[in-house]
Write a protein that binds this ligand. Structure first.
Ligand SMILES: [Zn+2]
Length: 189
């Protein structure tokens, strides 16, 4: 008599997904945002903590934490994950590696391609390109362009700018960030 299918080793993984389709189901948009807001306080702490790893010739520290999603990942295999980074510019003549770009690239490198939101912790300074001064630190022009060219960043991706030490912050969508700095999400190719 042949063994029942659920006893065959090769069937075991499919068996799990057949019984628990919820483990691999499509995540709805509201769930991504719900999780983002549940994680927000922690994400702020992680961004501020990451800033202590900054390597800046002028002592300008920025930390970023990214909340990202890896598509088609079962719940038990960590579909959402936090990535953090700090800024790096060791001399005026060197290339600047922003915390935002480093953190998003770290997420992409692990196939966490869907960027739900990011927290930028820094001290306010006028944007070098748009000259706009926000309550905290907005992603710079290079970062805005990079985010715009990243498919997993949507118009609704959350951008939370928080002060490094003061209880000051503002959360906006990526689309709104671009608009404030004279850019347009629709310009994405
Ligand atoms: Zn930047």
């Amino acid at each position: 008599m042949p063994k029942p299918s659920y006893l065959r080793p090769t069937e075991s993984f499919r068996y799990l997904e057949d019984v628990h389709p919820i483990l691999t189901r499509e995540i709805e948009e509201w769930e991504h945002l719900d999780n983002w807001y549940k994680m927000l306080e922690h994400l702020v702490i992680r961004a501020r903590t990451a800033a202590s790893g900054a390597n800046s010739y002028r002592g300008f520290a920025v930390g970023c934490s990214v909340w990202a999603y890896k598509p088609n990942t079962p719940i038990w295999a960590q579909p959402w994950k936090i990535f953090t980074a700090a800024n790096e510019k060791i001399s005026p003549s060197e290339v600047k590696n922003c915390a935002e770009r480093k953190a998003v690239l770290a997420a992409l490198a692990e196939n966490y391609t869907r960027i739900i939101g990011l927290v930028v912790a820094g001290r306010p300074q006028a944007d070098a390109d748009s000259k706009l001064i926000e309550r905290a630190l907005p992603p710079c022009l290079a970062c805005r362009k990079f985010l715009l060219s990243t498919p997993g960043v949507s118009a609704q991706t959350r951008i939370l700018m928080v002060h490094l030490t003061e209880p000051i912050g503002e959360e906006i969508t990526f689309e709104e960030l671009l608009r404030r700095h004279g850019m347009n999400f629709q310009s994405r190719k």
